[in-house]
Ligand binder design. Structure first.
Ligand SMILES: CCc1cc(O)ccc1-c1ccc2c(C(=O)Nc3ccc(C)nc3)n[nH]c2c1
Length: 302
């Protein structure tokens, strides 16, 4: 594609800043309008400045862009392109704008009109998105409600691929070397103990996302808080992961969220099998979720 016809190249002069979208989990994301005609008819996009720093280099950003640009799935936030700033080294990542924001904020402010059926619909969409990533041998490694975005009242998408890794063709897992702030309360035991990430560790994290969903992402019962209650709040960081690994090894798991249907809690427990080989696949989870939705429909009729 020639530069002027490359749909994935956004010219900085047409990218109009509107407002911040939150300094959250994605780094600094801004709402912009890409308005080449200058008449406010352009589309809204989410833009993340990729500033090279000690954690991530230009090369890391290129990897994130490469990871994103090949993903085409209804349940994964769409990559739109990149914007190179004039002369300067920094580049920006341009993604589709999802108007309802993160699942956490959405559930907190819509708690009373989100029922079990809707939560199961969201869960099945996340399953389908993860199933798609798995076909590309992608391991997400940071599946959590904070990384799920809401496109509409009936559609959620998986986001933030800063940590996504591709499993080498000759292995079934990805071993991580670089440290960094790890979301250990979403990590499977083998991730905590051996930094061993696989599709089966994404399944564990999916179980945690199910727990967050059916807890309406309520701060009072978020995974970190519930685990720290068991471990003891006065614990210092390096040994928290060791304590967490121990209680998981001894069979402790998050308890069922209030009013959570027993069949849904049993899905979570399947995802939290200590031995990763015993955990279900995203396909099986998807089928089980559809079956529960079917029952739910019958109950409503019944
Ligand atoms: C560009 C960063 C990024 C990088 C990546 O690899 C994957 C996804 C994203 C991303 C992150 C956030 C958003 C958002 C939003 O935050 N939307 C909203 C809407 C409403 C409110 C209140 N808050 C918020 N929309 N599209 C987004 C894409």
């Amino acid at each position: 594609l020639s530069p002027q016809h490359d749909q994935t190249l956004f010219e900085e002069r047409h990218l109009r800043y509107i407002s911040p979208l939150g300094k959250g989990n994605f780094g600094s994301v801004e709402l912009c309008r890409y308005d080449p005609l200058g008449d406010n008819t352009g589309e809204l996009v989410a833009v993340k400045k990729l500033q090279p720093n000690k954690q991530s280099t230009q090369e890391d950003f290129q990897k994130e862009v490469n990871t994103l640009s090949v993903l085409h799935c209804d349940y994964i936030v769409k990559y739109r392109g990149v914007c190179y700033s004039m002369g300067r080294l920094s580049m920006s990542l341009v993604m589709e704008y999802l108007p309802y924001g993160s699942l956490i904020g959405y559930l907190e402010s819509n708690r009373h009109n989100v029922n079990t059926r809707r939560m199961l619909l969201f869960a099945s969409q996340i399953c389908k998105g993860m199933e798609y990533l798995q076909t590309l041998r992608y391991v997400h490694r940071d599946l959590a409600a904070r990384n799920i975005l809401v496109a509409s009242e009936s559609l959620v998408k998986i986001a933030d691929f800063g940590l996504t890794k591709i499993i080498p063709f000759d292995k079934e897992y990805y071993r991580v070397t670089q440290p960094g702030e790890s979301p250990i309360f979403w990590y499977a035991p083998e991730c905590i103990n051996e930094s061993r990430f696989s599709h089966k560790s994404d399944i564990w994290s999916f179980g945690i996302v199910l727990h967050e969903l059916f807890s309406f992402c309520d701060m009072s019962c978020n995974p970190k808080r519930l685990c720290m209650q068991v471990i003891g709040h006065n614990m210092q960081s390096p040994s928290i992961s060791m304590h967490l690994a121990n209680i998981l090894k001894n069979g402790w798991r998050l308890s069922a969220p209030p009013h959570c249907p027993p069949k849904v809690y049993s899905l979570m427990k399947q995802c939290w099998a200590y031995n990763f080989e015993e955990r279900p696949s995203f396909t099986s989870l998807g089928n089980q979720i559809e079956a529960i939705m079917q029952d739910d429909r019958e109950n409503l009729k019944g």
